[in-house]
Design a protein around this ligand. Sequence first.
Ligand code: HEM
Length: 426
Amino acid sequence: MTSDDAGATAPAGCPVVDVDHHDPAFHERRREAWAELRRCPVAFNERYGGFWMVSGHEEVEAVSRDAETFSSAHLREPVDGVTYLGIAGIPRGRAIPTAGIAEVEGPVHLALRRVINTRLVPNAVGRMRPTMEAAARWFLDQHVESGEIDLVLEYASPVPAVMTMELVGLPVDDWASYSALFHATVAHRPGEPEFDAAVGNIPEMLGRLGEAVAERRAAPRDDLLSDLLALEVDGRRLGDDEVRSVLWNLVGGGLDTTTSLTSLSLLHLARHPDLRRHLAEDPRLMTSATEEYLRYFSVNETLTRTVTADVELGGQQLRRGDHLMISWLSANLDERVFEVPDEVVLDRAPNPHLAFGSGPHRCIGMHMARTMFQVLVREVLDRIPDYRVDEARTRPYSGNPELNGLVRMPTTFTPGPRLGPSARPF
Ligand code: HEM
């Protein structure tokens, strides 16, 4: 793709950048690339139909706090043959439904958040912790005697998947299908066999979600799915498709994000034995270390918004209908806010990172994500403290501009004993 394919040209006098965020070369040097972009924190890119790239911490936060002016709704027609999420070249397969709560605004958004939040506030997440610990122990138990595990596919992916099934009230036995599907759609690019096969499975998964919705309508239980079905907004219940779309968003949000944060952090700890030792020896570091790895990796790297009214941002004049890509990753590496932003400082304080976003769309699963991360990392540090990653067989995502993570991470360690029951505890 070249800028010749673009629809819009830059407004007169505004800074123009020429960056293709879909190019694998951009991904390989994205920290440097965003550092260059931050020299002008709001700049226009003529590619992909034309859009603003917002890279400074202050500007990204301003956009995410003002949901009225910067809408998350999907307002753009397809450009260059791909249906994009929001704007700016984040590809979304045609079969993937709209992103539930993330693209809804106004009273419906508020009502959805209120209902979902009751099951994701810190107290509620605290009640999930024993199940998280039991699940982490069980998945590690399956490999601990052999001395080999894939820490992505056999550990950091299954535990969030099981917990998300439990949270929503979906059949827990389905965890592996959801985990495989969401992992493949974010870890691979359209056109790669793994991506195409996963997209091919979406209709069947949507069918299964539809069955769960119908079952719960007939017989409500104490779970989030039943809460959503009982919700009334402006005197109206949500339709089956709306509920499915919210569930899809929750499951998608809950799975590979936490997996990526955990696996990238475990890889980083393996490469930095001094940090691994500090974290293992001083459990008090875990809280600040969680925030620091959230900041450093910002696994949800970018999102998009559409301008609903003329507005000035970072010294630039934006017009109604303009599209923006906001980079949480770049905001979290902004040298105007963070000292040594490219280093992991386990006890960094303060740490005003935006890894979960900010404002009305701020990540609703953030407490659950933090707790899962801590449980998963603690279990590894306690039980297989000498783990060694086989880096030759470890693969990063193949260039997804929205999410970062690892496809797989084969790992070896000194074998140890099983600790839990042989029966599955979830
Ligand atoms: C490391 C883990 C995670 C990261 C880095 C992360 C990051 C984010 C970010 C950046 C946003 C967008 C905020 C915005 O647009 O302003 C978001 C929204 C969201 N996240 Fe997460 N997330 C994580 C885990 C989770 C989990 C575990 C769940 C579910 C249990 C979840 C569910 C959602 C949902 C439903 C939204 C949409 C909220 C809304 O639009 O109101 N996320 N997340």
